[in-house]
Design a binder for this molecule. Structure first.
Ligand SMILES: [Zn+2]
Ligand SMILES: [Zn+2]
Length: 178
């Protein structure tokens, strides 16, 4: 969805939109949008061709647990405040833009329009935890057999065994069986 800034009424406008997950196709590799995205935002003129965008997006994102690789869903409530300037001002041959008096994150719009889906994608990446976990106590996968240790106790011994003792162990087992 492109927000045409030339069609802004007055100096400030309020928007409320809901986007279905399919609006985010192709989905990002790090997560998948798993529920409709509710967006409320205010766009206001911020001097010259700059715009201040203040908003909040809520949804649920699906991703893999960083330890056991199970699918998990996290509720997301991302508030943001951005300063949008035209893309061209960022090009190398133009003088460096003066540092704004506020310390808002600068984003760029192209051809007079803000790409709202792209903006939301960036907010989702920022809202994701560094290492998402299904639970703090997630036990992960067995490094030997790959079983999910949250669901099953595998038979792998966590203790490293000296392979030179293996024949001896076989001998002992055989004695037991007799
Ligand atoms: Zn896990
Ligand atoms: Zn195992």
């Amino acid at each position: 969805m492109l927000l045409d800034l030339s069609r802004l009424h007055g100096s400030r406008e309020h928007f409320e939109r809901t986007f279905q997950p399919a609006a985010f196709d192709p989905q990002d590799v790090e997560y998948r949008v798993a529920a409709p995205v509710h967006l409320t935002m205010d766009v206001e003129k911020a001097g010259g061709d700059a715009f201040r965008v203040t908003g909040r997006a809520t949804t649920r994102l699906a991703m893999q647990c960083g330890r056991c690789l199970e699918d998990i869903e996290l509720p997301i409530d991302a508030g943001f405040e951005l300063r949008y300037v035209p893309q061209a001002e960022n090009s190398a041959d133009e003088p460096e833009r003066e540092i704004a008096e506020d310390d808002l994150t600068t984003a760029f719009y192209r051809e007079g329009a803000i790409d709202v889906i792209e903006m939301l994608r960036e907010q989702f990446v920022l809202a994701l935890p560094m290492k998402p976990l299904c639970a703090q106590a997630c036990r992960g996968l067995c490094p030997a057999c790959g079983e999910n240790l949250n669901r099953t106790e595998c038979a792998c011994s966590p203790i490293w065994e000296d392979p030179r003792l293996a024949p001896l162990k076989g001998l002992l087992n055989r004695e037991k069986e007799n």
